[in-house]
Design a protein around this ligand. Structure first.
Ligand code: G3H
Length: 478
């Protein structure tokens, strides 16, 4: 109906002076669904000034009051699931049920963060000088955690609400202010989410949500001198952000090529279910998706048969119908996935299903007998395509995993816990799951990538700590 969603600044909903908007295309219908404001660099400057000044008084707001407001926001968010879930369906084609789950998980994350914050920020340390050689007990050192200032949060399209609050809640409980730049696909869901924080009654200017084109305000935001920390989740844009950003803490999660190593003694039914869940949920558009299966040759045929049978049961269609497989986020993404599939075809991979695509909708595909010379063995499709590489030794599997530029998560399936631990130690990834598919949650677990998968650790506790600095006061006795 031509309505353009307003952006949020200074505790109000505003129209950009640019007079321009950015269209959000529904991935399933490929028609324009929503429009958001195309904010200007001047508007970014104004938001940063507000964030700087609001943070000063927020840092002095008692910790229990900050927690109370976050609990309130969490409750409002859960009570208002519907508009967020609906826009998640429309702008990122997330299946309806999963969209609701994303919002509920986000509410839980905010509450957990408030609780964890009062504990870890409510404690400091007391050190005595005479434990260090040459010192008498004449210095008492008091430490506490103080906020960084303004945190810039940039979540990705695949979890616009959840990966926004996983940055917002730790930033706020720790006494920082927050500027949110949502992904274009997912912006409306983010605006609804920000509205819940607005209703909770946070001080004006403390939270802002600025929408617009990355090409116009992206670098301007990430290089802005007022920004004291960037928390980014997304693709390799993160690597260029890290090169341009100033001397500030960075928290980045930039994708993965999570390997699933399957040993001969593995419970193959369990493996098959986890390949389905890990490889195909949200059509493979998760950084922690199973992106390559490395299975011992002797059990490969049996495993492939089991996975094939389960793939046949996946439903394909509109997100409104809770289809398992829905359209991928954009046409360029679908084209990229198709490129990987065609490369594998030319080089002789075995197609367990026929390749099928309609618009942005790609049918689930299992590729067997993938070899290291195929792009799909190394690249991240971010779509419903799972390659299987047959290995003749566990070392071969570990070597493939470690030859990747990515190092987010991985998983190993075996009944031998000793082997599992040794393999976990050998895999160069931030997390290894034993006998389950990779996953970020529960959201208080540490979550971090090695190599090109990112910098800094996430998870509620780690995020709070990352968004603070240690301040010490030393009492010198006469
Ligand atoms: O896409 C990246 C997310 O951090 C993955 O989260 O494991 O809960 O799907 P998830």
């Amino acid at each position: 109906d031509g309505e353009v969603y307003k952006y949020y600044a200074d505790g109000e909903w505003k129209t950009s002076s640019s007079g321009k908007s950015v269209a959000i295309i529904n991935p399933a219908t490929r028609k324009p669904q929503y429009k958001v404001q195309a904010c200007t660099q001047e508007e970014v400057n104004a938001v940063m000034e507000m964030a700087k000044s609001a943070q000063k008084s927020w840092a002095k707001t008692p910790l229990w009051k900050r927690a109370e407001l976050l609990h309130k926001a969490a409750a409002i968010l859960k009570d208002n699931k519907a508009p967020m879930a609906e826009s998640l369906v429309k702008e990122i084609a997330k299946p309806a049920k999963d969209s609701v789950t994303e919002v509920v998980r986000s509410g839980d994350l905010i509450s957990y963060c408030a609780e964890e914050g009062v504990r870890i920020l409510g404690e400091g340390k007391f050190l005595l000088s005479d434990s260090f050689p040459g010192n008498d007990r004449t210095k008492y050192c008091l430490t506490s955690k103080i906020p960084l200032g303004v945190v810039l949060a940039i979540p990705p399209f695949n979890y616009p609400v959840n990966l926004a609050v996983s940055k917002i809640a730790p930033a706020l409980i720790a006494g920082n202010s927050l500027v949110l730049k949502p992904p274009t696909q997912g912006a409306v869901s983010c605006l609804h989410m920000v509205h819940c924080f607005h209703l909770a009654g946070f001080p004006k200017g403390l939270i802002s949500c600025i929408t617009g084109k990355g090409s116009e305000i992206g670098d301007f935001l990430t290089m802005h001198p007022a920004v004291n920390c960037i928390s980014f989740t997304g693709g390799d844009t993160g690597i260029s952000i890290s090169k341009k950003a100033g001397m500030i803490p960075l928290q980045m999660e930039l994708g993965g090529k999570d390997a699933c190593i399957v040993l001969e003694d593995a419970d193959l039914d369990l493996v098959a279910s986890n390949i389905i869940k890990g490889g195909f949920s949200y059509s493979g558009q998760r950084c922690t998706a199973v992106k390559v299966v490395l299975v011992m040759e002797s059990v490969a045929d049996e495993l492939v048969e089991k996975v094939k049978a389960k793939v046949a049961k996946l439903t394909v269609g509109p997100p409104e119908d809770n289809s398992d497989i829905t359209a991928v986020v954009s046409e360029s993404s679908a084209n990229f996935i198709e490129g990987l599939v065609m490369d594998a075809k030319e080089k002789g991979a075995t197609f367990c299903q026929e390749y099928k695509r309609e618009g942005n909708l790609i049918w689930p595909l299992l590729l067997d007998n993938v070899r290291p010379d195929m792009r799909i063995a190394w690249e991240e499709p971010f779509g419903p395509v799972v390659p299987v590489l047959r290995i003749s030794s566990v070392e071969e599997g570990i070597n493939h995993c470690n030859a990747s530029n990515f190092g987010l998560q991985g998983c190993v399936f075996t009944k031998d816990i000793n082997k599992a631990i040794l393999i976990s130690d050998a895999m160069e990834t931030g997390t290894v799951q034993i006998n389950s598919a990779p996953a970020r949650g529960p959201d208080h677990f540490p979550f971090q990538g090695l190599k090109d998968s990112g910098i800094g650790s996430q998870g509620v506790t780690n995020s709070i700590n990352l968004m603070t600095k240690v301040k010490t006061t030393v009492i010198n006795l006469p």
